[in-house]
Ligand binder design. Sequence first.
Ligand code: PGA
Length: 252
Amino acid sequence: MRKPLIAANWKMYKIPAEATAFIGAFLPLVASQEKTEIVLCPSMTSLAVSLEATKGTQVHIGAQTMDWHDNGAFTGETSPVMLNAIDVTHVLIGHSERRQYFNETDETVNHKLKAALAHKLVPIVCVGEHKADRESGRTNDVLKKQLTVGLQGIDPAAAAPLVIAYEPVWAIGTGLTATPQIAEDAHKFIRAQIAEILSPAIAASTRILYGGSVKPDNAASLCCLENIDGALVGGASLDPTSFAQIIANSSI
Ligand code: PGA
């Protein structure tokens, strides 16, 4: 009942011409993929061309971040109203790089999540522990706090679009992937937390993606597990063949 979702996080890569070239090569490779929701998250300057190039296809376009105000004196920021106006449908919230380099916190994640839901954007909320947290046995405490504060005050009746991405920070861009067992255990814990914070029904329908060094050769072993509903892919999503291969391998 949970439709698999695979999202590409291009981070600060690809100028508009490169985004267009990627999409031109990528679309034929995924033309028959109807079981999976596919999302590309380009940088802000490549959103418009990406929307144009995917118009009328099953590929959705998401932003990598946004501010939570509708508008105002917030130099450099992009609002949910602005994303709506150009037909962006998804938004990453609280990626670990945003938390690490741009001071995002569980509190700002909460503001952004509320804004995304209010504006009918599909929020992909990123959580995950650092290496030191895992090594000291604090993984579940960290996830619990990120979710308790991040999801605070969300109306369960409005939470259906929510997507969570579990991205252990030690696995992002490092080539170290969580073993399927580590990932499944974390996803199961996250689902139980959502049941407590929101409701068991929302927990059962929320898609929880795995992210952190997902590649064509490990996608199948991660994506087929009970509580893993897709992937958030960084490095391996920059090449159309590799990203299409991840999608194909996860829907086996
Ligand atoms: P990675 O990045 O696939 O390059 O590890 C994942 C992410 O940061 O979302």
